[in-house]
Design a protein around this ligand. Sequence first.
Ligand SMILES: [Zn+2]
Ligand SMILES: [Zn+2]
Length: 331
Amino acid sequence: MDFLVLFLWYLAFILVTVILICICSKTPRLKGLAQEGAQCWDCKRMLPYLANNHIFIVLHLVLQGTVYVEYTWEILGYCQDLEFSLSYLLLPYLLLIVNLVFFTLTCVTNPGTITKADELLFLQVYEFDNVMFPQNARCSTCDLRKPARSKHCSVCDRCVHRFDHHCVWVNNCIGAWNTRYFLTYLSTLTVSTATIAAVSAAFLVHLVMVSDLYQEMYLDDLGRLQEMDFVLIIQYLFLSFPRIVFLLGFVLVLSFLLGGYLCFVIYLAATNQTTNEWYRGDWTWCQHCPLVARSQSADPKVYRNIHSRGLWSNLGEIFLPALPYYQKKKK
Ligand SMILES: [Zn+2]
Ligand SMILES: [Zn+2]
């Protein structure tokens, strides 16, 4: 029982921490705290080093491999004994293959690096809004004119067209040419995690139903006969199948986190925004931010998303980002 309580506290702690980070990362106070921390630990030097290597790719593959080994080693065998549908049991493997293909594509595809040779071409792709993306701005590091919607990635040290963010899990920027792969990779990762969670939960529920565990009686500390309750069933399952219950807890938390993030990414895709624009646009909209208030009093400019042209057009821009498409659209 102690271990079960500890496990639930552990899950709750992770969830609350993640939620607090998500909420507080938008407040100036935490941003200031993070900046102070960065100066103390010299993160400006350390973060690019930590981010621009393959540690997170290896960690990603190790975690994914561990989940699939546990699934294959224990859950699959038990479920076959309980005569679960084979197509249902093999679905996570199909999703894994698709996921690894798109994971590799996201890692190795050029996200849209801007060079001297194609600088002019990129400059013609998007309109300048002169609020978030002013005309004639230059990147001081690359010494290139900044096309609208581009950003210099400090980790990769390059300017990227339609820059979304730098993803440490694929060790690459997410930009105009690999957002489609990233979206498919994230979708298959979420669905495969949710499928493993569903199979594991179905197995445990099936086990409880088949064994009539919920109808059993037990003796409490005072020697009285009591009916089995939900907590005791969980405790029994945890003691009998500790790795499966732990796996279920892990993939459940992961499914919710990935699902939430996937919804956010789909929202950005549907409204033709990048994470960079959403984050910076959010600050521009913020009336209480002293920096924004100062700039508004001098020149009242409000950021508006001028790139959205309807759902299908927005999605088409992500899934068909070839240069001829842009040029045709511009004409
Ligand atoms: Zn640059
Ligand atoms: Zn990058």
